[in-house]
Design a protein around this ligand. Sequence first.
Ligand code: SF4
Ligand code: SF4
Length: 331
Amino acid sequence: MMHLPLVVSEPNRFLTAVRAATGGAGLVAAGVTTLQVNVGKRCNQACKHCHVDAGPARTEEMPAPVAEACLAVLGRWGIKTLDITGGAPELNPHFRRLVTGARALGATVMVRHNLTVQDSPGQHDLPAFFAANEVTLFSSLPHYTAEATDRQRGQGTFDASVRAMRALNEVGYGRGHPTRGLTLVHNPVGAFLPGGQAQLERDFRRVLEGAHGVQFDRLVSLANMPIERFKSWLAKTGQLESYCDKLEAQFNPATLPGLMCRSTLSVSHTGALFDCDFNQMLDLGVLEGPRSIEALLAEGPGALVQRSIATASHCFGCTAGAGSSCGGALT
Ligand code: SF4
Ligand code: SF4
């Protein structure tokens, strides 16, 4: 099947598939329980699969007024969870203020922590900071072998990740503690969908605990999204069309109720609002309600709560097979 993937003006085959599965309803939000804040594109790594195109040379970062507006929205509109992502979000100078500010408001805080950022200047105390603020961690580790992880993330990444996990274990992460959760995030090292999540978790646990003596609480598996750097890699290796076709062919309607866009609102470093981080990278803004964090603060969520979600063919990456969301497989 020939098609140009991810061009928004193309007939929206994802929406057609969703409408067929939902009796015409389409994809509609069910509320806003999580504010996901992307604080910028700077990262200590430059992974091959990165959907943000993040790296050490990127300079975009959320300034203090936008970070403060995010906190004010949490407080004023009673959003329960702050999910902080990047880049490596810890490298934003306002990262710790976001964490402590949200905790002071009683919100739960999740951080997309890439582990190796602990080796960056001034970041060695991150495990203690996370523990003190009861931050839940989602940490990507593509594979339990050094060879596969380093191939995707760069030489030495696996060993640095294991060292970082050890530091987290020492302050209680990965050991079943109720407020020190460490979830590993696996994504395939290539143009295929992730394997069964339960078996992968067993394999990761066997090798990481058995051979390296480090622990984690659970593992989730995510499909690689065919956007940004991973899309370029697919195109360069002649696999873009076949990968997109594979995602589309495995569309699973049972994944729709749990899609993160139904309960999450995503904020860019400039304060613009999106349905999810992937849409943010494609500059597909929210279709209804306030369009910026400042407008959300002033006006309230309004039409955002039950908004129609902006979709395009990349959305098949969330609904293929067992599904893929920030929380892992959906079915
Ligand atoms: S995938 Fe994560 S760790 Fe890797 S470059 Fe992107 S933001 Fe950084
Ligand atoms: S990419 Fe996934 S989370 Fe984002 S709008 Fe599409 S289905 Fe929803």
